[in-house]
Design a protein around this ligand. Structure first.
Ligand SMILES: NC(=O)c1ccc[n+]([C@@H]2O[C@H](COP(=O)([O-])OP(=O)(O)OC[C@H]3O[C@@H](n4cnc5c(N)ncnc54)[C@H](OP(=O)(O)O)[C@@H]3O)[C@@H](O)[C@H]2O)c1
Length: 298
């Protein structure tokens, strides 16, 4: 694989996705910056990105992609492959935060959150993996969260969406290693992006109102998160380092955060338990990374 890679990013209109786009492209990587509705609601963001690419001669291509729409995901991946001939890295970044007491979150709100934060990466991975498996190389990256390992009250559904994403990403890492493909999980702590302004609030206010003192929890958590948020460029710099780490040498999980409650210890313990399980089930060899070699895969 060339050291300069072809990278597809979801949710590139703002925040992390926008910074990943700019940081990776400034370092010579070709970026397909995908977003919802670049001709409408994101027209200003899309034209700013295109103007930056023009001004700095950066290899950035803006494409439309709504991760909740399988046809839209397929169109963007096909367009990227038609243009660049390959996809080396897919960054599943699109997502949003849902805040509120769990009982006050409606079923419809929960479904919508999972449709974006969890099923979005399912759709993207299913679209890019046939290309990566043909190439016998690639990276699927998953933007989880510290809240993909630690449970935050009033963020139960968000945590559930990221815990689900972590489970899927880890299972992928075992199944794809033999074909030279890496699955990587990024666990950012709280960082300054538009995420707080884009937060969806639990809709059932009548239930929230019956919770006494506990109904103050969401505001306390949101205040604590936004007042301690770090510089989001640190996360983009970490993503650059990860994708430039040689194939087979990447970690499964990267925790990057302005605050540390001991997540690396959870990751280390889980890694040991997972290794024990794989050995006990006779899967240690089957789940080892093999550069460019397919173990019976078509
Ligand atoms: N900032 C943090 O503290 C933090 C910490 C841990 C994890 N994260 C995760 O980081 C990721 C990016 O968030 P951010 O902090 O950069 O916030 P953000 O600026 O709000 O970015 C979220 C992005 O996701 C996009 N998006 C939402 N639904 C989408 C859909 N159906 N299809 C395509 N794109 C969609 C948004 O696009 P539109 O412009 O179209 O709405 C936006 O570009 C999320 O997965 C979030 O959970 C953030």
């Amino acid at each position: 694989m060339s050291s300069k890679q072809v990278v597809l990013i979801t949710g590139s209109s703002t925040g992390f996705g926008r910074l990943f786009t700019e940081t990776l492209a400034r370092n010579g990587h070709t970026v397909f910056a995908t977003m919802r509705d670049p001709g409408g609601r994101n027209a200003k963001n899309a034209s700013e990105i295109r103007a930056l690419a023009e001004k700095e001669s950066l290899p950035i291509h803006v494409l439309e992609m709504d991760v909740t729409d399988e046809a839209s995901v397929g169109r963007a991946v096909d367009a990227a492959v038609a243009k660049a001939g390959r996809i080396d890295v897919a960054i599943n970044n699109a997502g949003y935060y849902l805040s509120g007491l769990e009982e006050a979150v409606t079923t419809e709100q929960a479904e919508r959150l999972m449709d974006t934060n969890f099923l979005g990466p399912v759709r993207v991975n299913r679209a890019v993996l046939p290309h990566m498996r043909r190439q016998r190389s690639g990276v699927i990256m998953h933007v989880s969260s510290g809240a993909g390992r630690v449970v935050v009250p009033s963020a139960g559904f968000y945590c559930a969406s990221k815990f689900a994403l972590e489970a899927l990403a880890e299972a992928y890492s075992y199944e794809l290693a033999g074909q030279g493909i890496e699955s990587v999980i990024l666990q950012p702590g709280q960082y300054e992006t538009p995420v707080f302004g884009n937060t969806v609030t639990a809709a059932d206010q009548a239930r929230t109102d019956t919770y006494g003192a506990a109904k103050e929890i969401p505001a306390k958590i949101n205040g604590a998160l936004s007042s301690t948020a770090g510089n989001a460029q640190d996360v983009a710099d970490a993503v650059l380092r990860i994708i430039e780490t040689p194939a087979g040498e990447k970690q499964l999980r990267y925790f990057i955060s302005p605050q540390n409650f001991g997540l690396n210890e959870i990751n280390a313990l889980c890694k040991q338990v997972q290794t024990n399980m794989l050995e006990a089930f006779g899967l240690a060899e089957d789940t080892k990374f093999r550069k460019g070699k397919a173990a019976g895969a078509v």
